[in-house]
Design a protein. Structure first.
Length: 151
């Protein structure tokens, strides 16, 4: 992963946080392979031009401690001209038996083949319709909690 990619998140990240990231960009030529290396504390869904590229990405074992990231080839979802990457990310902010957690929210992305690195140029919005809920308690094996969707 490129060391110029930055860990990003919404200001004052908190437990149960769902955050949406957006990056718009132009492509003048297409490539056969465009790998995105991506990690989130704790989970994410990756969209490219409105199409899902990765569902339930991430490994709930504390990516900060283990250096884990996913590699997703997004070449088939890209087009000449206007493109967008959207990521819905969830930060558990707690640990379970099998989840170390790193204690802070974050997302990092490296799509160096198309010169996209996570940084302060990404638009960031705390998702206003997803809310943490209480009961029933989730499994003790992994971190996380219950969420509700307030349409």
């Amino acid at each position: 992963m490129n060391t110029n990619a930055k860990w990003i998140w919404a200001a004052d990240g908190k437990g149960g946080d769902w955050v949406v990231f957006r990056k718009e960009f132009q492509l003048y030529a297409l490539k056969k392979k465009v790998d995105v290396q991506i990690a989130a504390e704790s989970r994410y869904v990756l969209y490219v031009n409105g199409k899902m590229a990765a569902f339930d990405g991430g490994l709930p074992r504390g990516v900060c401690a283990h250096g884990y990231y996913d590699t997703v080839n997004i070449a088939k979802l890209l087009k000449k001209g206007d493109n967008s990457i959207i990521i819905h990310a969830w930060h558990y902010d707690n640990a379970g038996r099998d989840d170390a957690g790193c204690g802070k929210a974050g997302l990092i992305l490296d799509a160096g083949e198309i010169e996209i690195l996570s940084d302060n140029s990404f638009k960031v919005l705390r998702n206003p319709v997803v809310k943490a809920t209480d009961e029933p308690a989730p499994t003790v094996y992994y971190g996380g909690g219950n969420t509700g969707y307030d349409a």
